[in-house]
Design a protein around this ligand. Structure first.
Ligand code: ZN
Length: 313
């Protein structure tokens, strides 16, 4: 109830900024019907009620959001973005762009500042400019969004993205993604590393030290698709063993029996491709260096649907 009153007041104040005086009672009635009778989440109810009054008073949506002072104009830091559905403004560097996997998505990736990182998505329908990896921008009037406990940034028609002149150092923070393992890349499974520099060998040769007697190692270079983007993830030996149940010794056995090192990756692929995982790690260039990985039971297509619905609202 308190939440409804608070939201009513907020809506009333926002409309007052565009010179429309609403009765608080009218707002509260609509909100509480949606929330209490129809069990609509408060954020959706708020959006619904705002849209209703926009229509009633024949107010242009873009103008309303531009003038109603939705966003706090003082830039905040990414670490402060902890609450769902908050309008905000901040400066950030585009620390990585992922390959978008959905036709309606323009770009998706990670934004960062000194305090943390956050995933963002822009939509082809949203009119956002194309962002460049490594460049800094001011993100005005963007909205936070929470899905499965993870925050992201929605950039909509009322948002504005401007070049930012200052310099921003991005904190190395963990990124979490949820999606299906769709592929294992070349270099997965049983590999050999150079004893001098630890680089993986290609046909028994190190790029730096030439032909060497390599030492065996296990790793997975996987591709995880979260419905929005594909992510290259790298798992070290320990995580690979835990995830596949294939130890280094077992892997050598498999390779020896088959007279083919590639058999190890094939067998690992059979165990994990098509399964859903929650993966946490540090993004280094194009790769997510995985820190932890665990099975995840949910349909990630929900995430795309939810984001699409929000983007088009
Ligand atoms: Zn080497």
């Amino acid at each position: 109830m308190e939440k409804i009153q608070e939201t009513s007041l907020e809506i009333k104040e926002r409309f007052a900024k565009v010179n429309v005086q609403l009765q608080e009672k009218d707002i509260t009635e609509r909100l509480s019907a949606l929330v209490n009778k129809f069990r609509v989440p408060i954020n959706e109810a708020r959006r619904n009620v705002i849209n209703y009054f926009l229509k009633v008073h024949n107010i242009n949506q873009d103008e309303f959001f531009a003038n109603a002072g939705f966003a706090n104009q003082n830039p905040v830091k990414i670490a402060e973005l902890v609450e769902d559905n908050k309008w905000c403004t901040f400066n950030a560097r585009v620390s990585i762009l992922w390959d978008a996997r959905h036709e309606k998505i323009l770009q998706t990736g990670v934004l960062g500042d000194e305090t943390g990182t956050i995933v963002f998505t822009t939509w082809k329908s949203g009119g956002s400019p194309v962002l460049e990896e490594g460049k800094c921008y001011t993100f005005k009037n963007v909205v936070t969004s929470e899905w499965q406990g993870r925050m992201s940034i929605k950039i909509n028609k009322n948002s504005e993205i401007l070049p930012y002149q200052g310099d921003i150092t991005v904190a190395k923070k963990l990124v979490t993604i949820v999606g299906a393992m769709v592929d294992l890349q070349q270099g997965s499974g049983l590999i050999k590393r150079c004893p001098e520099c630890n680089r993986s060998l290609s046909k028994g040769s190190c790029g730096e030290h030439g032909k060497v007697e390599g030492t065996y190692d296990l790793r997975i270079k996987g591709v995880i698709d979260d419905g929005i983007a594909s992510h290259d993830v790298i798992l070290n030996r320990k995580l690979t063993e835990e995830l596949t149940g294939i130890t280094l010794d077992k892997a050598r056995e498999i390779a020896t029996e088959a007279l083919d090192v590639g058999t190890v990756a094939d067998e690992m692929g059979r165990k994990i491709i098509g399964s859903y995982f929650e993966v946490t790690g540090v993004q280094v260039d194009k790769n997510l260096i995985v820190d932890s990985i665990k099975p995840f039971r949910a349909d990630v297509s929900n995430q795309v649907d939810a984001l699409l619905a929000a983007a088009e609202a």
